[in-house]
Write a protein of this length. Structure first.
Length: 231
């Protein structure tokens, strides 16, 4: 199995550092406009779509050049925030689950995330994760919507592995209904974890294949993934 982890709310929590850095960046680039996250859905969506909505909140139709500049400055602002003491906190059991899955003789581990690559890596490093654990990744740079991402990560796995792998051998672990949706849309398995903003009953309504309160019982989750392989 190829196991793909979401970042925010699944592996770690940043207490708004990302959103604050995006806002600071938008205000820096367009100082005469007023931006707001008030009516923007963040949970489970890709950063470039959130950028487009943030521009729209100030009635700006952002160009590709605007986006490139925003992205570069967002990286800078997030780096500064972490340097100034903002925290990226690993969630319980997450690193142990990643380590256990990485130690398997076959299969792979990667990321399936709405973060841009640079800022996603930054959040993980700050939280103490080893980036070399995540080999087959799909980022916000790879699409507009989460449903586009599982095939991207799988293609990257196939490019590096001689063993055959299909989307039904991919497991997506995430904290939002959109993580479950992108898994099932592509024929992948979905593990939902209630460490983000969505409680257990809300996630349950989206019928994940496995639902857990958190990743603290990482052995049981690794075992469940192993049992899928055997089917
Ligand atoms: Mg998330």
């Amino acid at each position: 199995m190829l196991v793909l982890f979401d970042i925010d709310g699944t592996l770690l929590r940043t207490a708004g550092a990302g959103v604050n850095a995006m806002l600071a960046c938008a205000r820096e680039l367009f100082p005469t406009h007023t931006f707001s996250f008030e009516n923007i859905a963040i949970s489970g969506r890709l950063d470039r779509l959130i950028w487009r909505d943030l521009m729209a909140s100030a009635t700006i139709e952002g160009t590709d050049d605007d986006h490139a500049l925003f992205r570069a400055r967002y990286e800078h602002h997030l780096e500064n925030a972490f340097r100034a003491g903002a925290r990226s906190i690993p969630l319980e059991g997450a690193a142990k689950l990643v380590d256990a899955l990485s130690a398997r003789p076959s299969g792979g581990v990667g990321l399936l995330t709405g973060n841009y690559e640079h800022t996603g890596r930054l959040k993980l490093t700050q939280a103490g994760f080893s980036l070399d654990r995540f080999s087959f990744n799909a980022w916000a740079d790879d699409g507009w919507h989460r449903r586009e991402l599982p095939p991207v990560a799988l293609d990257r796995y196939r490019a590096h592995s001689s063993s055959a792998m299909d989307l039904n051998q991919v497991v997506v672990i995430g904290d939002t209904p959109l993580d479950i949706d992108c898994a099932h849309f592509n024929g992948c398995k979905a593990i939902a974890v209630a460490t983000g903003v969505h409680p257990m009953d809300e996630l349950h309504a989206h019928a994940p294949d496995l639902l857990v309160e958190d990743l603290s019982d990482w052995q049981a989750i690794a075992q469940w993934i192993g049992a899928q392989t055997a089917q």
